[in-house]
Ligand binder design. Structure first.
Ligand code: SF4
Length: 356
């Protein structure tokens, strides 16, 4: 058996005294529970993720429950977490695990990685934390710890930098207590080697940390080269009935806010008003422009202007054909509907609900 590397040895010793043990996904560890937590934590802080995780697990405690759930339920439970492709991929993978693997998670990296939304690090975490396997992980916390400890230069999004970090992750992963080591390095990144103001004086690997030796912790990991984000404008056509209902459209499965419900979106005001006239028969003198709101996506900034149209009668009949093949439905505003909704649309509907 290979000896435990000194780095791992120091981390395990520290973990026994200072590691986290109170997080909900650390109890009753199953591949499913670890998987959902890893996906939620990809772009979300632990403190934000915990209530979402607990709601998700209460509604869908097993992979079979997730596979059977309607997509609207899954997206509703994800509303507020953003990056909705994560939820759609969870749902797709749960179905595949049930159909192709009889409801049991595959126990090897290659099969795990073949599932939608499961990358090498998530697969490694599932294997180590819930299945007794050995594989390195390289999530954001681990990248930061290793980049600082070894003073690895460059942005980890670049292939050469990522390869270097993976090699270091592999070299340091011990053959014993792999689950504890995996949790330990994640905990070190979250509680000690923090993004800003790391607590180097309490760090178990401080004596050999190259970033600390040169007081250059803030330089690692290297930052992504910044390009200004382009801006986009859109107009939302918002038809409201006198009885407090709003017309929403289920968006196409792919693209921004894929599979979520939102008012129909247009690239100019004229198209929005034309659509309102054609679809719900609201004449041109019944429109009202709302204050634009802004939302920042990974690749662009959006400025959205609501075009409000109050229907004089209840529930104008919908067209018999779907618009652009996407489903239209009237929803009550009281309460705001329990389907997948983008966070800015939740805020918009809550304002409408309060004013309706
Ligand atoms: S000494 Fe500081 S910078 Fe180095 S690994 Fe520890 S916490 Fe991170």
């Amino acid at each position: 058996m290979t000896a435990t590397p000194a780095f791992a040895h120091a981390l395990l010793h520290w973990f026994d005294q200072h590691g986290r043990s109170h997080l909900p996904w650390q109890h009753n560890r199953t591949p499913y529970r670890v998987w959902v937590s890893e996906i939620m934590l990809q772009q979300t802080q632990v403190s934000t993720a915990i209530p979402f995780y607990e709601r998700f697990m209460a509604a869908m405690p097993t992979v079979r429950d997730l596979a059977k759930a309607p997509e609207d339920t899954v997206l509703h439970l994800w509303t507020g977490l953003g990056y909705y492709a994560r939820a759609r991929n969870l749902h797709r993978s749960a179905k595949l695990i049930c159909t192709d693997y009889d409801g049991r998670f595959p126990d090897n990296l290659d099969d795990l990685i073949s599932l939608p939304g499961i990358g090498r690090s998530t697969a490694g975490a599932i294997l180590c934390l819930a299945m007794g396997g050995r594989a390195p992980i390289l999530d954001g916390n681990v990248k930061r710890v290793l980049a600082r400890y070894y003073a690895v230069e460059g942005w980890p999004g670049q292939r050469a930098v990522s390869d270097q970090l993976w090699a270091l992750a592999e070299r340091n992963t011990p053959h014993k207590r792999v689950a504890d080591y995996t949790q330990a390095i994640m905990d070190l990144g979250a509680t000690c080697c923090k993004r800003t103001q790391p607590s180097c004086t309490t760090c178990p690997v401080q004596t050999k940390c190259r970033a600390l030796a040169t007081q250059s912790q803030a330089a690692f990991p290297g930052r992504k080269p910044q390009k200004p984000k382009p801006s986009r404008q859109c107009w939302f056509a918002i038809a409201i009935t006198s009885s407090g209902e709003v017309l929403l459209q289920k968006r196409a499965a792919t693209g921004i806010w894929g599979g979520l419900w939102a008012p129909p979106e247009f690239s100019d005001e004229g198209s929005a008003t034309q659509w309102l006239q054609n679809t719900v028969g609201i004449s041109a003198d019944h429109y009202d422009l709302g204050a634009p709101f802004h939302h920042v996506f990974t690749h662009f900034k959006l400025e959205a202007t609501p075009v409000y149209a109050q229907c004089s009668e209840n529930r104008p009949a919908l067209p018999t054909v779907k618009v652009d093949d996407e489903e239209l439905r009237w929803f009550s505003l009281h309460p705001v509907p329990s389907v997948g909704l983008p966070a800015p649309i939740v805020r918009l509907l809550k304002t409408l609900s309060n004013n309706a």
